[in-house]
Design a protein around this ligand. Structure first.
Ligand code: ZN
Length: 192
């Protein structure tokens, strides 16, 4: 795989229930695993992540994040991911309050703040999510400084800087990366 200086590959799983779109699942993850040693950051946009977490881990996920808005019990899902020996992350949608992450902040390795509504690529960045990102960064620094803070959706060179200024340290880019004339230059610009 040509990865242009990226640090991980973010893998968006959509089940047609939790979000109104279907992307790809376990066999595709297994196929990608065979092609790269890059960290595979699996983002489950599915209704029942507890049921599927172990299978995605077995397929090669290096880390799994799931939505607090899903139907699964969050702590049980975190524990199930940890039982596979990999880091666990929690995700919140744009309209979910920052406080939703607090009960789990000490037991996860990542918090992912969605900066668009999950389900489709190519959406515009929601600036309204930045105060929430900033608040969660403060809580992470106080309670679990090793925890990563990730953003996903509408990330380009301009919005990447805004996300970093508000505390994100892991940035997911989709459309902006794939549409860039020079993806490696895009990655350098985002990291600069
Ligand atoms: Zn994602």
């Amino acid at each position: 795989l040509e990865t242009s200086g990226t640090d991980m590959l973010h893998f968006d799983v959509m089940d047609g229930r939790f979000v109104d779109n279907i992307s790809f699942g376990i066999p595709v993850l297994e196929a990608i695993r065979k092609k790269t040693d890059l960290f595979l950051d699996v983002h489950l946009m599915i209704s029942d992540p507890l049921h599927y977490a172990a299978r995605f881990a077995k397929a090669g996920a290096n880390g799994i994040t799931f939505h607090l808005e899903s139907e699964s019990d969050p702590q049980k899902t975190i524990d199930a991911i940890h039982a596979c020996g990999i880091p666990a992350g929690i995700v919140i949608k744009p309209n979910t309050p920052a406080e939703a992450v607090l009960p789990y902040l000490s037991s996860v390795e990542m918090v992912l703040v969605m900066t668009v509504e999950p389900g489709f690529g190519g959406q515009s960045f929601l600036h309204s999510t930045m105060p929430k990102l900033h608040q969660i960064r403060q809580w992470i620094d106080e309670q679990n400084p090793a925890c990563e803070l990730e953003v996903d959706g509408g990330v380009n060179v301009e919005t990447a800087k805004i996300c970093r200024d508000n505390g994100a340290n892991v940035l997911v880019a989709g459309s902006a990366y794939f549409k860039a004339a020079d993806p490696a230059a895009f990655v350098r610009a985002v990291k600069a």
